[in-house]
Design a protein around this ligand. Structure first.
Ligand code: URA
Length: 210
């Protein structure tokens, strides 16, 4: 995956994102849309996965047919909002290994604080897809990827729904080897580190908390 940033402009992605941004979309609809959109984003973030061939028999004859190569992928969800994207990607890649990084954002410093880290073994041999819907300041994402690299990951990509220009820049500086796939790059961050126009707090929108 050569480009550092891929914005998925597919009409279905953009349509669903608009519905998600709308403040009148309630949690149940928001979660459903997030799951649907994650299928489409997963398609893009896995576009360059390596395939091998295997021999199978169709009802008509034997054939050589493509199959994903290498060890099972690792999907890493940055809690808690990452879980919304995770579910949809697991629909498509059910055999993936799953890990969780728990980071919350200190609302004053906007810096990430780690409270949980549990990832699959053998990260160094796996394609690792890190998921978090919002790439805002980039602080949590950069910190999560720092931890994953320390745990051995070398082939990482980052999937989000919305990004702010600051977050994209921060990721590019800190982890130029990690491609970012998103549905949109919004205008800016506000003083509280929220993406504008954005969609609000993704975790709150998903789970109906405030
Ligand atoms: N996290 C969110 O959920 N929303 C933002 O706009 C920024 C960070």
């Amino acid at each position: 995956m050569p480009d550092h940033l891929t914005v998925v402009r597919h009409p279905l992605v953009q349509h669903k994102l608009t519905l998600m941004r709308d403040k009148n979309t309630a949690s149940a609809g928001f979660r459903r849309l997030l799951r649907e959109i994650s299928h489409l984003l997963a398609y893009e973030v896995t576009r360059d996965l390596k395939v091998a061939t295997t021999t199978i028999e169709t009802p008509l004859q034997e054939m050589e047919s493509p199959i994903l190569a290498g060890k099972k992928l690792a999907l890493i969800s940055i809690l808690r909002a990452g879980n919304g994207l995770l579910e949809g990607i697991l629909d498509l890649i059910p055999s993936a290994r799953v890990g969780f990084v728990g980071l919350y954002r200190d609302e004053e410093t906007l810096q990430p604080v780690q409270y949980y880290f549990k990832v699959p073994e053998g990260l160094n041999d796996r394609v690792v897809i890190v998921v978090d819907p919002m790439l805002a300041t980039g602080n949590s994402s950069v910190a999560a990827i720092d931890l994953l690299k320390k745990a051995g990951a070398t082939n990482i990509r980052f999937l989000c729904l919305l990004a702010a220009p600051d977050g994209v820049d921060r990721m590019r500086e800190a982890h130029p080897d990690v491609p970012v796939v998103t549905a949109a790059v919004d205008e800016k961050l506000n003083d509280h580190g929220y993406i504008v126009p954005g969609l609000g707090d993704a975790g709150d929108r998903m789970f109906g908390t405030k």
